[in-house]
Each structure stands twice: as C-alpha cells, then as structure tokens.
Design a protein around this ligand. Sequence first.
Ligand code: NAP
Length: 489
Amino acid sequence: MLLKNSWSYTETGINNQEGVFLLAYKTINPYTNEVVKEYPTASASEIETTLKKGDKLYREWRKEPAANRAEMLHKIAALLRKNSEKLAKVLVIDMGKLINEARGEVELCAIIADYFADHGAEMLKPTSLSSKAGNAHVEKDSLGVLLMVEPWNFPYYQIMRVFAPNYMVGNPMILKHSSNTPSSAAAFEKVVNDAGAPAGSFTNLFLSHEQVTKVIADPRVQGVALTGSEQGGSVVAEAAGKYLKKSSMELGGNDAFVILNDADLDQVLKVAKRARAYNAGQVCTSSKRFIVADNLYDEFLKRLGEDFKQLKPGDPMNEKTTLAPLSTAAAKQKLQKQVDDAIAAGAKLYQGNHPIDLPGQFFEPTILTDITQDNPAYYEEMFGPVAQVYRVSSEEEAIKLASDSHYGLGGIVFAGDPKHGEEVASQIETGMVFVNTVLYTLPELPFGGIKRSGYGREMSSLGLNAFVNEKLIVSVDKPDLGNAAGALF
Ligand code: NAP
C-alpha cells in the first residue's frame, strides 16, 4: 500500500489523514468490491521471534546436506496439487484472477518446487578449479535469512520463484507480500507449515514499508529479493545498498512483440491476444507494444481487434469468463488515467476504452495506435489489457523501437524463419526473448531483465545462485611459501 504524505503507520495498521485507524493488509474481492478479510500489521515482537527462529534454523541447516531438504519440497508440491482447487479460489478472491488461470498458477508452483527438489542439490555441488595455488574448489554455502517482497499479480508463483531454490540452498525466508493479497500469503504459508517444514524456514509477516527497511537492516538478514514496480524496487534496493545486503530486483516491463514482414499472421494471432490479455494484462512480461511490419499492419490490427472483442468480462469463478477484473480500484484508475493521457497527447483510440457495466474493476480491452515518442504512453508500463500497436517499415526500425524502452524485461519476435528470428532477438536490448511462441516461465529458464526492469535472475541455476556464498577453498599437500606470482603473504 502506498503511504500518502499525511498518513502514518502504527504497530498494526495505518492512521489516515483524519486519524482514522485502518488495517493495511486486506483482501477486497475486485469482482464484488466486498472487503473479505483484514489482517493486522506484524508487531515488533513477531518480527524479532521470526528473525531468531530463522537465524537458528540457518545455523542448523548449515550442518546438513542440501539433498536432505529435497523431500520437503516434493511434499509441498504434492500438497499444492492436493489443495489446488481451494488454493486457486483464494487467488480469485484476493486479486480477481480467472479460476482456470489460478489453477494453472498453483500447478506451476508445484512444478517449480519439484524441479528444485530434483536438481537443487546437484546445482549446489562444489566446482573444482585448476590453479597453480593448489587444490582449489568453490563451495556454495547458504548466506542466512532472506526477505522476499512480492507483488499481487501472481501471488503464489512469485513466492515460489524465491522459495524453492533458497529452501534447497538453506536460506530461511521471511515473506512481505502485497497489502492487497494477504490471504494468498497466509495460504502459501499454511501449505509450507502443513507439509511440516521446520519453524523459521518460511514466515509470512504483514510488514509495513518502514518495517521492511528495519528487517533489511537487521544483521541476521543477508539478502532481499523484490518483485514489483520500479518505485517499490528503488526504495528497497536503496535500503539494501545502505545496509550492504545482497539484492535482486524483478521489476516492470514494457515488452515488445515484433512481427517481421514474413511472419505467419495465423501463428501470430494464436498468441497475440493471450500475450496481452492473460491475467487481465497484468503481467510484467505481457506484450505491451506490438511492433508490426508495414505489410502486415492493417490485417494484424483488424484481427487483434476482433480477438479482443471475444473477451467476455464476468465472474472470474465462472469457467466461461475470459476477461478478469483488474486487481484493485486503484489499478483501474491508474490505467484509465494512462489511457486518457495517451489519447490527449495524440494517440489514436482504435478500439475499446468504454466503461464495462459491472460492479467489479473491469477494463475493456483497448488498442491504441499512432503513439509518438513524446507521448507519455511511449515509455510507460500499462498494467492491464491495453495494447499499443506501432507500424514500422524495416527490420532495423523494429529492432530500434523494441530497444527504445527504459525497461528491458522480455519480448517476442515472430519471423518466417526462426533462425532469422533469433538473429533479430539477439539485437534487442532486453533480458529474455521468445521466437515464434508465447513467453514461457519454467524453472529451468532464467527469468529477469535489464535497465529499469531490475537486476539479477530468478529460477534456473542462476536464480539458485543469487543468494549463495561462493566460497573458495584452496589446499596444498605441502606448503610452498616461495615467491610465486600472485602470493599475497
Ligand atoms: P509494488 O507496488 O512495487 O509492490 C510490490 C511489493 O513491494 C509489495 O509487497 C509492496 O507492498 C512492496 N513495496 C512497494 N513499495 C515499497 C516500499 N517503499 N517499501 C517496502 N515495500 C514496498 O508493485 P505492484 O504494483 O504490486 O506489482 C506490479 C509491478 O510488478 C509491475 O510493474 C510489474 O511489471 C512488476 N512485476 C515484475 C515481475 C518480474 O519478474 N520482473 C513479475 C511480476 C510483476 P505494499 O503492497 O504494502 O505496498
């Protein structure tokens, strides 16, 4: 929750400008607008108890091999699958996700847990180095307690990306989730506890922003992983810098979807709608900018428009609904302002932007064209079902436009020849590019970006190594204290 100037945090909530006490963490169903449940902010003693338990467990875990922890991750995966329906409903009520997409998110979490259970210990094995100094190897040690600060758009998956690898590493974790998805945070913690994970291994705390900084400053905490906006990321990264803690930042994106002049439009349109409207368009790697070769532009625009019209708003619990509400009233207001400002600055409204006659936080899928570089929309991330479509007359122009972003998270390229698509992908300034397919997130693939999309990677061996101590050990059979080059003392 963004704290307004005249508001102040207390131990358990917030005093607003009139001095009225509000609980900061609450589930408000974005389909019905009903306040479902409120949660008090963590107390100082809860934080201290959590840090103590986490630090104790870190020291215990150091004495045992990583492989010992694999079984617990498999148990967690099994419990996720067993309780999938119940867990999926929590997501629907917390932030409005379509029930089918919510089920998919639970399954993806189970896949990630199983993957790191199966491969984590192998990835953590020491690596030998050939060196004149002696027998050298690098061990991968745990670091200590970590804080993860997570967003509401994939409330379980974002946690799991940090949780599964770091559980294998042996870093106990504290979760600070979004103030609008507390029920998902509590549900994830319950799965971990029900599986029988040791006390302190994963604790959900409803922390205020101020408490986040205090936790980062604590000497028992050795790192912070944040996924969220660049604004939130920059505050947390500043605290991590101040207290010299390792950090990884997974921030926003303004991904390009490049359609080259020999692309097969039938294939393109199989993924274009999904690439923009999945999760109601609230994905960091949603394709926010379609960059289309001149010869395909008119047909693409027409067919994307037709596809967008097929999206049916309604109850996200109903399997037939294909357009979910946005997560909060504030998210809808922000997106509406961005669209209004874009149009006021000269963008053309091709389609959409009408109010939807339902009480929930719905936003009609919208297409904007003719966005010039001086339009505020050109560099902004629009977090909802709004597609920007650009016309380009050459491949060079497409690559230049795709890279002309303050962000650099993902991207998609469609080309007649996938090899050529890869060549184009190599030239785009971004963290991940998928050619002739939708963007995937799987545990074996590193996930992350550059520029204002943040730094570091989650998932794969890169993500697993984000918070390890790569400790060098060198030994010799007989000491040689000669004048070898490189000998320091
Ligand atoms: P957000 O406002 O930055 O919130 C993310 C998390 O950071 C929440 O837990 C939030 O807590 C916390 N936070 C925000 N400001 C903070 C501060 N000053 N001090 C401490 N904690 C703070 O982002 P969001 O709106 O929830 O998420 C949407 C953004 O996330 C989009 O930009 C999206 O692209 C990005 N995202 C990136 C990835 C990726 O992998 N790169 C994945 C998903 C989403 P409160 O709720 O209490 O403010």
